[in-house]
Ligand binder design. Structure first.
Ligand code: ADP
Ligand code: MG
Length: 246
């Protein structure tokens, strides 16, 4: 049986600079994979190719055994460290907009009953991320933690199967980060998500992940630092997903 998400001999190069080489990974559905590694190792590049924002130079990515569609799709959602929410839209409007973009790609606007349904769905999602009392706030009126909650709601409203997180809590204070850890663990379970999260916080990586993957270069050429790329040098399975404490 093939894995849920499978990366086969994946390479990412920018010009003559090799960033990732020979990445082979099978990711089980429902797992929570933490990705760590030094700055510049290609962690964000890895997320971008899985998201479909960028094409790998070589190699394939299979989802349920079939090649991943070569563009971003609703099956994959993403949250970055700092999210550029639309400043002129409220939390509710920002979340509805994400839905309108998929359901009405040309106009990015729904009408009548479809719009009422989208509004109800967006409100329910904001409730699920803890923003039930903040539907009508504008981003400028929200804390960094609340903005990340909004970014998560926008990613999840499209009902992705895979959620990609690129240092999503890196800019938050430790107390707020602990709340976000609870939230993401809850959402991971409730929505049956497969999560791939890049973090530079080792404790976070081990506390949340069912698996911790380290990207780094195996080989260095001091005369030509770009010659070799990073790959998965350590790959630790910590626990089956059901063992993770809430
Ligand atoms: N679009 C691009 N063009 C050229 N080089 C890039 C591009 N994107 C990333 N890089 C380079 O690829 C390397 C890996 O970047 P990145 O994936 O952002 O690493 P990480 O997220 O692990 O810090 C870095 O050296 C970066 O400068
Ligand atoms: Mg990065």
């Amino acid at each position: 049986m093939s894995a849920f998400l499978s990366l086969r001999d994946l390479w990412v190069e920018y010009g003559d600079k090799i960033v990732l080489e020979r990445v082979n990974l099978d990711i089980a559905e429902g797992s929570f994979v933490s990705v760590i590694g030094p700055s510049g190792a290609g962690k964000s590049s890895l997320l971008r190719v899985i998201l479909g924002q960028e094409q790998p130079t070589r190699g394939t990515i299979l989802l349920d055994g079939a090649p991943l569609p070569p563009e971003c799709g609703p099956d994959r959602g993403v949250v970055f460290q700092r999210y550029s929410v639309f400043p002129h839209l409220t939390a509710l409007q920002n979340t509805m907009f994400a839905l309108e973009c998929t359901q009405a790609p040309l106009l990015a606007r729904l009408f009548g009953a479809a719009r009422d349904k989208a509004r109800a769905e967006a409100a329910a999602m904001l409730e699920a991320v803890g923003l039930g009392d903040s539907l009508h706030l504008y981003p400028a009126q929200m804390s960094g933690g609340m903005q990340q909650r909004l970014a998560i709601a926008q990613a999840l409203i499209q009902r992705p199967r895979i959620l990609l997180l690129d240092e999503p809590f890196g800019a938050l204070d430790p107390g707020i980060r602990a709340d976000m850890h609870k939230l993401i663990t809850q959402l991971w379970r409730d929505f049956g998500l497969t999560i791939i999260m890049v973090t530079h916080d080792l404790r976070e990586a081990f506390a949340l992940g069912t698996r911790v993957l380290t990207l780094d270069k195996r080989r260095h050429d001091p005369q030509a630092p770009h010659r070799y790329g990073a790959t998965a040098v350590y790959d630790l399975t910590l626990r089956p997903r059901t063992d993770v404490a809430a």
